[in-house]
Design a protein around this ligand. Structure first.
Ligand SMILES: O=P(O)(O)OC[C@@H](O)[C@@H](O)c1c[nH]c2ccccc12
Length: 259
């Protein structure tokens, strides 16, 4: 599955390159009127409870359609009212039902830092992320070499974008630490098999020193899940399905924040 997603993303990047040049993105970034917000800065603020990065996604390869009447701006507004610290927006169209325009529209309507959630495999996508209004990007260790990951981190920083570096095993955590990733996510879902277990966070949490920001990602649904993650020293959690699907998103988020 992951291989297929990457193949399609590569094709999309080739199509993008045929249409938009790097200098056009640089020009767009220079002329941008939007306000950017610090993603890491918001997530490291001292707080009694946890910080939640709430995710806007319509479908997923493992669950199919998650949200029937999908309105990205309305969802993002609910997240803001419910107390999310940041918002993750899927922009990958074929598997997650995402779109760049969703991120841009949310940027115009919500005052929270935005993470562009996509499969980044080319530097042009990093410029594009900034141009569409992202404050941060996801970099997935499993699909990048250490050298490329290091280069993308540097490029993102030079554009003022924070990076969430996603890992799923010991090897990937080591790689993220070595290239100097400041924010390290542990995906509880295996992107190949879709198997989800919070034990992955528990196992990898202790490998991440206190000078880096640890983020637990995926498979977080209940107050019990949050208590479990808090007990292993998690302060930031990325939650998708559970909050998108809730009949009352604001109330559900507030309840999770109380855990
Ligand atoms: O819906 P969940 O189980 O709460 O998961 C959210 C998020 O972690 C998940 O969407 C995700 C984690 N890593 C990714 C990489 C690409 C696309 C999506 C993801």
């Amino acid at each position: 599955m992951l291989d297929q997603i990457i193949k399609e993303r590569k094709k999309a990047v080739e199509d993008l390159k045929a249409k938009v040049s790097l200098s056009e993105f640089i020009k767009q970034i220079g002329q941008s009127q939007v306000s950017y917000y610090g993603f890491k800065e918001a997530l490291i603020k001292e707080k009694t409870g946890i910080h939640i990065i709430a995710e806007v996604k319509k479908t997923s390869p493992s669950k199919g359609v998650i949200c029937q009447d999908f309105d990205p701006v309305a969802i993002a507004r609910d997240y803001e009212r419910g107390g999310a610290t940041a918002i993750s927006v899927l922009t990958e169209p074929n598997y997650f039902g995402g779109n760049n325009s969703y991120l841009s529209k949310i940027k115009e309507n919500v005052k929270l830092p935005l993470l562009r959630k996509d499969f980044i495999i080319d530097p042009l996508q990093i410029y594009e992320a900034k141009a569409i209004g992202a404050d941060a990007i996801l970099l997935i260790a499993a699909i990048l070499s250490p050298q490329i990951l290091g280069e993308y981190l540097k490029l993102a920083r030079s554009l003022g974008l924070d990076c969430l570096v996603e890992t799923h095993d010991e090897e990937e955590v080591k790689m993220a630490l070595e290239v100097g990733a400041e924010i390290i996510g542990v995906n509880n879902r295996n992107l190949q098999t879709f198997e989800v277990s919070l034990e992955v966070s528990k196992r990898l949490r202790r490998l991440i020193p206190d000078d880096r920001l640890f983020v637990a990602e995926s498979g977080i649904h209940t107050q019990e899940d949050i208590k479990f993650l808090r007990e292993i020293g998690t302060k930031v959690m990325l939650i998708g399905e559970s909050v998108v699907k809730a009949s009352n998103r604001v109330a559900h988020l507030r309840k999770l924040l109380e855990a």
